[in-house]
Design a protein around this ligand. Structure first.
Ligand SMILES: [Zn+2]
Length: 284
């Protein structure tokens, strides 16, 4: 039934027959949520997988038409992938309920299979769109010595160490597990990296947030939120002070239904212990 190249369009309607929506959309991520006049919220497509991670820093505003109206009707256009039951891309068009002006979101490329569920369930009910959970972030101009002591702490606890870096020779982002010696040279030398991850699990078990694009490996900035990971990044450099670092981690996360779920007891204990340890270490 889906094995043709014709676009299949679907007018978005809730099970209660509501068709006018307020829209909150994160364009860069193609993730969004819609809200009906009776205040019921629905995730667009597979947005539930990403929504809660993305809204922790900034809650997207309600989209407005240039006529100031903020209600839209939505149509999803599905482009089939020839010879399969999958879809190649989906385009979302919103039309203003007042002036009928159209707004089109960036094309959503679908690179996984099966994808038929995105057609059968274009929107999924969301009980609570706005939930925050506690995350931790350590920041500061840390010295090489401080970084090494922190790294030694994680090595002693038996964590795996991974590095995401820019390989300038091949002009590609790369990713690898680091030995203790390599880790030291990354932390104290001038070897640049995008992020270093201290993880209680091997990354083989968490492939979903590691993708490949034209410039190599792309790792989600939020990979530490659901996984048992401490993520270290050098955010920027100030000439007189050095590199400004950030370490991000958390002991709980939100599942697709919006429930706050604690991570494993051992990781929660590690988070507490690391907080105590780093407080002592970084006390000036
Ligand atoms: Zn309008």
């Amino acid at each position: 039934m889906y094995q043709n190249e014709e676009i299949i369009s679907k007018v978005i309607e809730t099970p209660d027959g509501e068709k006018d929506f307020q829209v909150r959309y994160i364009r860069d991520e193609n993730v969004g949520i819609i809200c009906t006049p009776t205040d019921k919220s629905y995730f667009l497509l597979d947005s539930a997988d990403y929504w809660y991670d993305l809204i922790q820093e900034k809650y997207p505003p309600v989209m407005k038409c240039s006529c100031k109206n903020d209600r839209f009707n939505l149509v999803f256009d599905y482009m089939p992938r020839e010879g399969t039951e999958d879809f190649r891309e989906i385009n979302i068009t919103c039309s203003c309920t007042a002036c009928k002006k159209l707004k089109r979101f960036p094309t959503i490329e679908i690179d996984y299979s099966p994808s038929i569920q995105l057609f059968e369930h274009p929107i999924t009910f969301c009980k609570q769109p706005k939930i925050k959970y506690k995350t931790y972030s350590l920041m500061g101009y840390w010295s090489d010595d401080e970084l090494v002591v922190m790294a030694e702490y994680f090595l002693e606890k038996g964590l795996f160490v991974y590095c995401w870096y820019w390989d300038s020779q091949n002009a590609k982002r790369c990713f690898k597990e680091l030995s203790e010696t390599e880790l030291r040279s990354y932390l104290t030398g001038n070897r640049r990296y995008l992020a270093i991850y201290f993880s209680t699990e091997t990354f083989d078990n968490i492939p979903t947030q590691i993708a490949y694009d034209g410039k190599g490996v792309a790792i989600s900035q939020d990979i530490w939120r659901k996984n048992s990971i401490f993520m270290l990044r050098g955010l920027y450099m100030v000439v007189s002070r050095g590199i400004f670092y950030q370490m991000e981690f958390c002991s709980e996360y939100l599942d697709k239904e919006g429930n706050i779920v604690p991570k494993s007891a051992s990781f929660c204990a590690l988070v507490k212990d690391f907080q105590k340890f780093s407080k002592k270490l970084l006390k000036k």
